[in-house]
Ligand binder design. Structure first.
Ligand SMILES: Cc1ncc(C[n+]2csc(CCOP(=O)(O)OP(=O)(O)O)c2C)c(N)n1
Ligand SMILES: [Mg+2]
Length: 340
């Protein structure tokens, strides 16, 4: 076999520089995120937790993107559906359960914010607030700091396609384009903004807006983990080489309702949702691994058992953990004497 044909026959993950172990780990995170999310939906229905905003259908892109970043050094500004992403950069099941139960030990906010408002100094996840897209200019600020300090790191920010119509998106992208900042903007286009379908939100395409700000825009199938990995990795390379930002539009579908307070069948059909389940990236990834001899049904079963146990442990720990003290409500809101 000559060198050329051996390159051609290499599995795609190897061509992209991912080891067998990494691609298997990617899949494990996808299933872990899915199972955590399903459990949260059940917990909310059982009245154990108040609220959940699901990321089901979006995990594939989230986790693939995380693997393409420097998970030890980059800065992350995820949005509320990014459970898969935060898990892949190191947030534990127990931490996420503490957040779901609004317990004092929740690393995101000590139970003060809604769930899904991620934040962790340890993991360089920058806390976000509820008005959508405010994280975009924040991410641009982190990228400006990285450039000023001459650090070869990037800031990575996600948001929905509905949110990309907010002013913050445009201001952030414009500034990043002018300053050629090391920031990756990733739009998780799940085709709905609560009840508003994509055709009523956008006259054009999110990805095409990048051109107006002077940097590349790339649209990718968000259910294709390896493609998402490839484009985010390229965007990171550009960013750390001083070539500026990239806007990525990852196409996917919000398989669950907007939140546990939403009845999605009031504005979309079950048939439409069922059609989109067929495009789910998780079984696709599983088939890829099996096809390349990296996985089996037996290993899948064993992994699912292990995840059930991990969820049980995290759940027990979170349920048994203390709530924040009422008198701590004003902590971090007003500066104490001596802090100003
Ligand atoms: C500035 C602002 N306007 C409205 C809302 C209420 N809101 C929360 S999520 C959401 C939909 C956002 O849709 P999209 O950006 O597509 O993200 P998705 O929820 O689909 O992931 C809206 C309107 C908000 N949080 N902030
Ligand atoms: Mg959306």
């Amino acid at each position: 076999m000559n060198a050329k044909s051996s390159v051609q026959t290499k599995p795609k993950h190897e061509q992209l520089g991912l080891s067998d172990e990494e691609v298997v780990e990617m899949y494990k995170y996808m299933v872990l995120a899915r199972k955590f999310d399903e459990r949260c939906l059940l917990l909310q229905r059982a009245g154990k937790i108040n609220f959940h905003v699901s990321g089901i259908g979006q995990e594939t892109a989230q986790i693939a993107a995380a693997f393409a970043l420097d998970r030890e050094r980059d800065y992350f500004l995820p949005y509320y559906r990014d459970y898969g992403f935060v898990m892949a950069v190191g947030m534990t099941l127990e931490e996420l359960m503490l957040s779901a139960f609004a317990k004092a030990g929740d690393p995101n906010s000590g139970g003060r914010q809604m769930p899904g408002h991620f934040g962790s100094k340890r993991l360089r996840i920058v806390t976000g607030s509820s008005p959508v897209t405010t994280q975009v200019p924040h991410a641009v600020g982190f990228a400006l700091a990285a450039k000023m300090q001459k650090k070869d790191i990037v800031s990575y920010v996600t948001f929905g396609e509905g949110s990309s119509n907010q002013g913050d998106f445009h201001e952030g992208l414009n500034f990043a384009g002018v300053q050629k900042l090391p920031v990756i903007f990733l739009c998780e286009n799940n085709q709905y903004a609560i009840s508003v379908p994509i055709k009523k939100q956008l006259g054009g395409r999110v990805v095409d807006r990048a051109q107006g700000y002077g940097f590349p825009g790339i649209r990718v199938d968000g259910n294709d983990a390896l493609e998402v990995y490839r484009v985010v990795k390229e965007a990171r390379e550009r960013a750390v080489h001083g070539e500026g930002p990239t806007l990525i539009e990852a196409m996917m579908y919000r398989l669950s309702p907007h939140s546990t307070s939403d009845n999605d069948l009031a504005y979309r059909t079950k048939d439409e949702v069922d059609e989109n389940w067929k495009k789910d990236g998780i079984p696709k990834m599983k088939s890829y691994l099996i096809e390349h001899g990296l996985w089996s049904e037996e290993r899948d079963e064993a992994m699912l058992k292990e995840i059930q146990q991990q969820l049980k442990d995290a759940l027990e720990a979170a349920e048994g953990a203390p709530y924040p003290k009422p008198e701590d409500t004003l902590l971090h809101v007003y500066a104490s004497e001596g802090e100003v």
